[in-house]
Design a protein around this ligand. Sequence first.
Ligand SMILES: Cc1cc2nc3c(=O)[nH]c(=O)nc-3n(C[C@H](O)[C@H](O)[C@H](O)COP(=O)(O)OP(=O)(O)OC[C@H]3O[C@@H](n4cnc5c(N)ncnc54)[C@H](O)[C@@H]3O)c2cc1C
Length: 624
Amino acid sequence: MESTVDSGFIRRAVEVADLNAVRVALYQQTGDPALAELPTAVNLDEAQRELLISKAVAWLEQNASPAKLAEPPEAELRALMNMATAEEMGDLEFEARRDLPAFKDFPWTAEWTDGRPELPEGFKVAIIGSGFSGLAAGVQMERLGIPYVVLERRSEPGGTWNINRYPDVRVDTISITYEFSFEKDYQWNEYFGRGAEVRGYLDHISRKYGVHDHTLFNRDLKRATFDEGRNVWVLESETPDGPETIEANVVISAVGTFANPRLPQFEGRESFEGEILHPTAWSPDIDLSGKRVGVIGNGSTGVQLLAPIAAEAEQVFVFQRTPQWISPREKYGAPIEPELHWLVENFPGYWNWARYMAIAALFQTHRFLIPDEEWKAQGGKFNPLNDKLRDDLTAYIKAQTGGRQDLIDKLIPDYAPFSRRPVVDNGWYKALTRDNVELVTDGITRFTPKGIETEDGTLYDVDVIVTATGFEIIKYLWPTEYTGKDGVDIHEFWSKDGPRAYLGMMTPNFPNMFMIYGPNSQPVSGGTGLPIWYVVWAGYSAQLVVRMIEEGRSRVEVKQEAYERYNEALDVEASKLILLQEEGAPEKNYYVNEFGRLQMNAPWYGPEFHRMCTQVDWDDIEIS
Ligand SMILES: Cc1cc2nc3c(=O)[nH]c(=O)nc-3n(C[C@H](O)[C@H](O)[C@H](O)COP(=O)(O)OP(=O)(O)OC[C@H]3O[C@@H](n4cnc5c(N)ncnc54)[C@H](O)[C@@H]3O)c2cc1C
């Protein structure tokens, strides 16, 4: 089919595209050996770049079409993946990566062994939460044809993205990696989607895949009790019309880690005469023009919202407790060109390989987290890669602040990059150089009626205090009460050293209950993009439910011994990472809980964790 756009348009499309993805997609279509000989995009010289672009343009002029490609045979797929990143990957890596280009309709979802059997009468799964994780679980139930209901505290789906509406809220992981692999070629407006766009995307997913019709909104789950006699969960929610109780055979908790805002408890809080705003309480009618604003916090949210606030307010004081490593991202804030939208739609395979390449950037992150003792003995700080990044980011701080030594001294962290969640720059350093912005690093002692007082006795007069102080992530599942077998309360069960789980999903004494994005689940430094993991964890939970139903049983749980063994190994693995070592300043890291234990992350090498979460070790599981 001949293309309806002219060749100038097509050329512009290819020029703004990911040339690695162009090369692999074109090779997949043509088998042209000249393409296989080209190096990866960063290493292309001018002539090679031109050769690649002109071959792609010529092919698209004749063959552009919205067709989707079927998954190539395994050997071919593996060869294409090796070509994409110019590396020979091992079997473990291939296993974890093979579905990243997402040629299959529903990668990682569980299926029945031999068609859907007759389900026990009244069988139902309850999913708590309708953010990314709850939607992944809902789509999985749709695929299996298992009756389910979603209980959602709020009146819309979207979770985090529904709750956070502060200025400039957007993803800090590029949208092509922050989307579901079963929704192909989604056309984002910006490379890094804004909050409202992500919210729209999740609403679209909820409706398109049928989850919306199964969602009971405005249901705040207060209590979940396992009835051992009947192997059902009794779920008590608060609704605008009063309490409501439903029952379900299986509970999948997808309540997120960032559901409960952390509100700083400074002395004098009640006496402050102005407004205190957590970013989750933002509304569009907030007008900061002419106001004096204090912003507490420089994590991902504090960094996102400073520049727009500084552009509007009369004066802003930024209160920083710990400096962060804040890094730039290419195309952050940029709209996706219409030409690229066309290419995504009309170049079969491009979306798959663009997605693969965007995720491939994360394959190497584990190497930043492991110390190199030899390197340290020779005077290095942590390991060569991490130290190089540290130098680059230090140079970035100096450049962004225009060499202002007063700022530089306060901004360079004394711990290694990758110790905490990487923060993406939204013009934060530049905003600090504005005349109406002042960086304050003295600790806050109290709020006064007029503003904020710091340790050196200075009083900062403000009208509004923005508390970008994060979330109560340590209190997982809180404040809902969960009571399992023998009346065990989940928060008591976890009281020794914070929430734990087997694979981040299951806890002994709580049969027929799974958590998605549970304790110790977030792969260190993001792994292969969280939405992939939500689908993987929903698929794991579903595999267990499928086996339980197929065997005619009614209870599935992790064995106590397996849970303990897993967690012992997890602690050992975590201790090897920068996050728990001196160079990583664990006391300043929200991934580490008050017991000094890594609670947020799965410390494993990503592909190993992927294998654990996709190939069920049935010896660890009891079905009865
Ligand atoms: C501002 C911000 C930006 C982020 N940006 C990124 C990013 O760029 N990339 C990335 O990978 N991750 C990012 N994250 C992490 C993000 O939270 C996850 O990627 C993802 O949105 C989590 O989805 P979830 O469904 O697990 O949880 P959530 O999105 O938090 O959804 C949980 C849902 O459960 C509901 N719920 C909670 N408790 C109850 C209850 N008791 N009863 C009923 N319903 C309940 C909530 O109302 C909510 O709708 C960001 C987080 C924040 C806060």
